[in-house]
Ligand binder design. Sequence first.
Ligand code: ZN
Length: 321
Amino acid sequence: METVACNLCGSTRHTALYQMPDRRGYHAGVFTVVECNQCGLGFLNPRPPFADMGKYYPKEYYEEEFAQNRAYHLRRYAREASYLRQIERKPGPKSLLDVGCANGDFPRFMRARGWHVEGVEVSASSQPITDFKVYPQQLPDIPVNQPTYDALTAWAVLEHVHDPMAYFRKASEVTKVGGLFVFQAPNFNSLASRRLFLEDIPRHLYFFSEKTVRRYLEETGFALEKEHFGSDIFVQPSYNWLHYYVQTKVMRRPFTYAELPVARPEFFKRYNLKPGILSTLKYAVAQPLTTLDRALLPALTWIQILRKTYANSTYVAKRLA
Ligand SMILES: [Zn+2]
């Protein structure tokens, strides 16, 4: 494990926020999420060094990621593309670099809309891509050093990298003046990220808010044009928000990872129940607070989107002259 200073402001003063193990259970260990006292950036500290990350990204991780259905993905890509509309409207050829392009489906989706596309993907576990150029390095290391692209996209990438500042700098270097850097990341101002142990730790190393994103952009030659807090690209319900409130506000005790209520699939397994209405009813009776928590989730989600405290946000930044 390595201890790091704040990636955004360089401060070494931070406050521990919570501790949790690898949520997916790929590898043992307990990790601490801290918040920088100076700028508010969230990060894992100490953290596994870059060379050790392989054990947290086994083959199953990629299989889980790509298991979701095609209709879901097409809807998501269309939504992602909508953030690039102001470039699409301009006449002439357009070029896109998709950072963390995985199996390449989003760049292909954009190519079908008339874009010239390239990608960046470090993972060897994803399918080899042969129909367009893919750089196998980390974004800061790709051999492009000129303003080349009309747009850069990074969907759920920046929270995974060891040096986000290097990513913002490189994004600035390779984006044309007036071009866009569009990225999506978990929102550190959300209950899901700060309180409910819903971050994919230790694969998520950094936790951004509108404030810290603005500062990254200002320091690297971008201006934030638009941010959108919502479930349009990735859905992350604030599971167990009611448990958190009851415990911290009513019982006045900290809410820890060990106290998370048992989830329904785990409950079924524990009591040898087959999924179905009767089993779900048994779960509802055994876990009334969880039932109420889930029932009120849609209303909470609506409030979170309005208050910019939803678990995910998308940022659209313009490269300044
Ligand atoms: Zn800081």
